[in-house]
Write a protein that binds this ligand. Sequence first.
Ligand code: AHR
Length: 476
Amino acid sequence: MTQDAAGPRIEPTVYGHFVEHAGTGVYGGLWVGPESAIPNTRGWRNDVVQALKHIGVPVMRWPGGCFADDYDWRDGIGDPAHRPVRRNRWWGGLESNRVGTHEFMDFAEQLGSEVYISGNMGSMPPRAAAQWLDYMTADDASTLAQERRHNGRDKPWKVKYFGVGNESFGCGGNMSPEHQADMHNQFATFLWSSTRVASGDGEGDDRRVEVLMQRSAKQMDALTLHYYSVPDNWTKHGEATGFDAGAWARTLKAALGIEKRIDTLSAIMDKHDPAKRVALYVDEWGTWYDTPAGASALWQQNSLRDALVAAVTFNVFHAHTDRVKMANIAQMVNVLQSMALTDGPRMVLTPTYYAFDLYRPFKGATPLKATLQAPAFNTGDVELPTVQVSAARGADGKLVLALVNLNPERPARVTTNLTSAVTGKVLTGAAMDAHNTFEQPQAVVPAPFSAKPGSQGLVLTLPARSVVVVEMQALR
Ligand code: AHR
């Protein structure tokens, strides 16, 4: 390890979140309504808000996903009793519109989070997107600002990021790259007061990124990548728990594959934007397993494997800070790789939540060059590195080191060139699929970890299938 910076700082927004109106991701999981017996603040669950505030939510993307391109913002303002009920086209059930702009913005203020509004390019005109932005941000006597005041909010909100459509290659309109680029330019013309985020790749389509960068780079501030890790395939994703070593290895291999995708997209972006003005936002990432029968849409259990997926993904983001300025895990609660699961009044925090907790010191830190000589290990025909590492200097000057032992069976002994003691936390569990339940919420929780230098310098022994994050005062 050296003291040389390996890139610009790790933007805190790389630890961002994604909230979509899907399953119980909003209703039940986050929002219970002001009249609920479940403790809440203006409708938002206190238990979830408190847990999220602890890990810090720098930015939240809302209201979709696919939902966003079928959403009319006007449905979600005004008297809740008079809001229209719509079909949730993508995720099933009915959308009451009880949570709309005012409610979501209140949630963001409770969390102290920046907002990333995902606009509708697929089924509404540019004027609707521009008017939504004006409604939220205008501080004048315009009719839209007056309407917002009339609906209970005097001060304008800050909308730092505005997404111009979502997955335009698919649920966002099935557009050809050329058509999307032209549409993007048209929409972005009217959205200049926010960071304009173009919907990019999510299906391994380099050409779309090439065309967007060629035709639309001037009209965007960021381009997105969606990257999901699936153990099997898109027809049969695989189980969230009860899996074998093969599925463990395939999932982590898929997660590590994000690096190649980031490299490929960065190279295309570099051709058209060598100054790196346009950022890459990985605004949907995480694991995607089969939804158990009877569960709400996109619900899945979350195990130690998910915590390792999160950790190796963070480490990849840290190695690509020149382009990757934001990332949003999919999704916050009860949907895909979530931070918490709820059932009525009960809430349990997931192993992924604890991975976010461990990595808090990396927010705003400067990545350092850390190289590791570690043997690979094989499970069937899947080869994985035994240990993956990331190092950074925190804003407070401390060295912070993250090490992931991907081997589900064996501990790893890591000899370093460091000569100071380190303290931090380790996250592991009794089995590959160890997970927290309402009955056993402490099955996977962080434990203290420390090591002191000996005759061989600082040696860290990582338990099998673990994530370790440690800090030390200064590099020697
Ligand atoms: O996160 C679930 C869905 O995955 C999102 O709605 C969509 O953008 C992606 O395909």
